[in-house]
Write a protein that binds this ligand. Structure first.
Ligand code: ADP
Length: 601
């Protein structure tokens, strides 16, 4: 019941359509109550010898009464059917529109909420499951709300039929209702038994979708390792499990239908037998018997609808639990109650005794303290897994420090509005992530109101304009998913252009050139030098040669800042930095020697 109540507010914006639909449904129900009457008139007054009511003879005249009545009954029946169908068309239009609107609203609410959830939340879940909830389970609200009218209609019909039947022949009505308790208990039993099973089946279907989603996003690796058959098998296995679960649900649903249909069948048979006996004993005319029996038939229609709808709701309830479960997940990184806003910060960053650990890990960062003055370039070096990326991720609040504080211009980042904070930070990652849209729109992602001239200027600054202009469709060139159809270096230059356009006072460069050949690296480093000007920059660098411009160097090892200072001072200190430096020098010497051998031979 709670779940249904939570769905109702979605109807509020469309209450007019909902009211119109209810009126159409009620009028239609009334029309279908009228439908058997011409038939009764036909049998009793045109074919049998029952005396017709006075208004009827007055209306049709006594000449040729039976033939006229026959035509009148036929015409009336056609009119009733026509009107009924006309209203059905209107009802279908209004209800489909209402359903689509509610569906769109709820799914977009789910998607909007999923976008608000933290990176940590998304990293801990398979994105295929999220797609399944939004796409396959998000229609539950609309589905459920759209069954409400048919339930209300069925209840109204049931009550209407009951009253009519009771006044016409109470004992026959009572006989036809002996099956109601059986239906009630069968529905309750079904609902409680099926809840968990349906929920599990949906989860398994979500898992199968996740396999497809993961495979599609890992296509390069799959092709490179020729693992198409393995992925195919993984998908087949997942679908086999979900198929078995779905079969289990379907067979139970069918058995439930059997119980419902059998119960109403027994009820019908009981009413026919009892009604037939009454007619044989002369206590009921044949016309009255047909009309009573047709009403009893119509009593079972809504009864069956109620039973089936209630059982169908179990499916929707499982979907609703998953969808509301997503909506109820509070973003663990959210705006503070009174967020502070800044138009443009100066860019002074301070870490004060910051501790952080990922879920299930310990001490990813421990007691990290340093200051980066506005416009200063801070290089972060250290072995892989030391915590460099994690450290810079705390600045735009991708994660929150567990202890200590990250301060921007002297204010803890947790006190700033998330939008305002992230507006201050541009990030260029090792693997540039681009959207499957045009190059122009990808650059515009940095600032949505940028003009074409500004986009071009950003591309020039990022050394990207020349290669973009050489493409047949220039800035209008459409990229594939994740920016495929461009080389790594080209993608990175577009990402740099995007950062130029954003023009944020803080810049985070997370090994932006480590996946790029040294010739392209020089072009990108040149554009990055321009990008860094006047911005507080954090530069995670694998190759120490790329950080010569750094004003300050943080050396991170196992989550701690083990050394910090200027290049020369750190070399003189003869610590980890010096070791890393010497290691890279040796590697560079080995490479040069190898090259020399190749060129000599
Ligand atoms: P670096 O950038 O120095 O290579 P990271 O900051 O990426 O290192 O990672 C630091 C540590 O945190 C590593 O031990 C890594 O395994 C772990 N880690 C990174 N990301 C996650 C995550 N999303 N969930 C759990 N642990 C993570």
């Amino acid at each position: 019941m709670n779940l249904i109540l939570r769905c109702l507010p979605l109807l509020v914006p469309y209450w007019r359509s909902a009211a119109l639909m209810m009126v159409l449904i009620l009028v239609n129900s009334a029309l279908s109550l009228l439908a058997p009457w011409p038939f009764k008139f036909l049998i009793d007054y045109a074919l049998a010898d029952q005396p017709p009511p006075a208004w009827l003879t007055e209306w049709l005249g006594s000449d040729n009464f039976r033939t006229r009545l026959l035509y009148a009954c036929a015409v009336t029946e056609v009119l009733i059917i026509f009107l009924h169908q006309l209203l059905m068309v209107a009802e279908t239009y209004v209800s489909t529109r209402l359903e689509q609107c509610i569906d769109r609203d709820f799914r977009s609410r789910l998607f909007g909420h999923a976008m608000q959830l933290s990176l940590a939340y998304h990293e801990n879940r398979r994105s295929g499951m999220m797609i399944y909830v939004i796409n396959n389970q998000g229609d539950a609200v609309a589905n459920l709300l759209m069954t409400l009218p048919s339930i209300i209609e069925s209840i109204v019909m049931l009550v209407g039929m009951l009253i009519v039947l009771w006044t016409m022949h109470w004992s026959l009505a009572a006989v036809s209702f002996v099956v109601v308790p059986a239906l009630f208990f069968a529905s309750r039993y079904y609902a409680t038994r099926m809840r968990e099973r349906i929920g599990r089946t949906k989860e398994l279907e979500g898992v199968a979708l996740s396999v497809i989603h993961e495979a599609m996003s890992m296509m390069r690796v799959i092709v490179a390792f020729c693992r198409q058959p393995l992925e195919h098998r993984r998908y087949l296995d997942a679908t086999q499990v979900s198929m078995n679960a779905r079969l289990g649900v379907t067979i139970r649903q069918t058995l439930f239908s059997l119980v419902v249909t059998m119960s109403t069948g027994i009820g019908r048979a009981a009413a026919w037998t009892f009604g037939g006996l009454l007619a044989l004993a002369g206590k009921l005319t044949v016309g009255d018997l047909t009309i009573v029996l047709s009403y009893i038939d119509k009593v079972y229609d809504p009864l069956e609808t109620i039973a089936y709808t209630y059982s169908g709701w179990q499916d929707q309830f499982a979907n609703l639990r998953a969808a509301f479960g997503l909506l109820d997940t509070k973003p663990d990184i959210a705006d503070p109650p009174q967020p502070l806003r800044v138009a443009r910060c100066t860019g002074r960053i301070e870490f004060r005794h910051v501790d952080f650990a990922y879920k299930g890990r310990t001490d990813t960062l421990k007691d990290v303290s340093f200051v980066a003055e506005p416009g200063q370039v801070t290089a972060i070096v250290g072995p892989t897994g030391a915590g460099k990326t994690t450290l810079v991720s705390l600045i735009p609040r991708f994660y929150d420090a567990a202890a200590g504080g990250v301060l921007l211009d002297g204010v803890d980042v947790k006190e700033l509005g998330l939008d305002a904070l992230r507006q201050q930070v541009s990030i260029v990652l090792q693997e540039p992530l681009l959207f499957s849209m045009s190059i122009r729109d990808n650059i515009r992602y940095g600032r949505l109101d940028a003009t074409n001239a500004e986009i071009e200027a950003a591309a020039r600054a990022a050394n990207a304009h020349d290669f973009i202009s050489r493409l047949p469709e220039g800035y209008g060139t459409m990229l594939g998913e994740r920016g495929s159809r461009l080389s790594g270096g080209e993608r990175q230059r577009i990402a740099v252009a995007r950062a130029f356009l954003k023009d944020a006072p803080i810049l985070i460069l997370d090994e932006p050139t480590s996946a790029i050949d040294s010739k392209t690296e020089a072009v990108i480093l040149d554009s990055l030098d321009r990008l860094m000007e006047g911005r507080t920059t954090f530069m995670i660098a694998h190759r120490l040669s790329t950080i010569r411009r750094a004003d300050w160097i943080l050396v991170v090892d196992q989550g701690r800042v083990v050394e910090q200072g200027r290049h020369d001072d750190l070399l003189a200190a003869a610590g980890l930095y010096k070791q890393l430096h010497e290691l890279q020098n040796r590697q560079a010497e080995r490479k040069a020697a190898a090259r020399a051998i190749w060129s000599a031979t």
